[in-house]
Design a protein around this ligand. Sequence first.
Ligand code: NAD
Ligand code: TDX
Length: 332
Amino acid sequence: MDRLLVTGGAGFIGSNFVRHVVDRTRMDVTVLDKLTYAASREALAGLPADRVRLVVGDILDAEAVDPLVRDHDAVVHFAAESHNDNSLADPGSFVRTNVLGTYTLLEAVRRHGTRFHHVSTDEVYGDLALDDPTRFTEATPYNPSSPYSATKAGSDHLVRAWVRSFGVPATISNCSNNYGPWQHVEKFIPRQVTNVLDGSRPKLYGSGENVRDWIHTDDHSSAVLRILEDGAIGETYLVGADGEHSNLEVVRLILELLGRDPDDFEHVTDRAGHDLRYAIDSTRLRSELGWEPRYADFPSGLAATVEWYREHADWWRPHKQRTEAAYAARGQ
Ligand code: NAD
Ligand code: TDX
């Protein structure tokens, strides 16, 4: 595998993945990205120009997608509308990009027999009760709650059908909540960190008892690369780093890391249909492909991320005001 096409490679997880691939392999990378509000050219800055190229384009554009897929050995598909709150306000763009965009890519890989890896989320399984001893596995039935997770579930089903019906050589990964550098300030951790850095208070939806299973984005990258290299065609792998924490715990940790009173946050209007808890059992990935997370300790990964946001205010500050205005309009 010499030439990799990475869709959504200018977004949070995609750009971290591109850097990971450049650092650890000899592959050349083409990023296909529409550069939506969530993308960032800066996240790809400084990478070697002879190994990484950015093509600005839409995964829904079959004519642009086809020659790109033809000219690469594998496609890693990150491009998506990714934010649950936006999917409640404007579900249409999620259906188009996440479902029809994935369909467009699948048709191209079907024509050219290209290896395909589909990046998905644990949210396709719905949510768990706080006291449920079980976690999501590859056998958990799909039960998505939000327009976002329903469109991701739809895209997973398309990939599975294209494998079975047309023999497309694809794998799927479903990962838990990522954190790390270059995450948009609309998402939970960057929002709270940048609120505190800007002198305002973190905003917890509802009671804050909701639990997310946090994984550093570098660990997601290493998992996707392992699956791309050695994953069994047609298989799904769950990716998680045993990082379950309630939102309340995370907010308190952020406040402590920034030297503030851990109770200096506020409760705001809850998200409609807010999933209670996600939890991943990543045994298959660990036992079959020998993957292990490097950031096993969430508080130290979070501390490094808080430091990164402190040092990169020039990058996030231009996005902050518009993002907060949209939240304020919804009472959040
Ligand atoms: P993001 O919103 O930061 O980035 C998405 C990228 O896709 C952006 O660069 C955007 O410009 C691009 N894009 C959007 N629509 C496009 C289109 N029509 N054509 C081409 N490019 C388009 O998202 P992220 O958090 O980096 O998530 C990346 C992927 O990982 C998504 O598929 C998401 O479902 C999945 N995922 C995310 C998480 C998480 O915690 N953020 C967890 C599990 C899985
Ligand atoms: O201001 C906030 N206050 C708050 O309490 C925000 C923005 C969020 N929250 C809560 C909602 C969730 O319980 O924090 C939790 C995390 O919220 P998000 O960062 O919006 O993530 P989530 O909805 O869990 O989805 C994320 O993980 C799975 C990604 O955005 C998805 O792309 C991924 O598939």
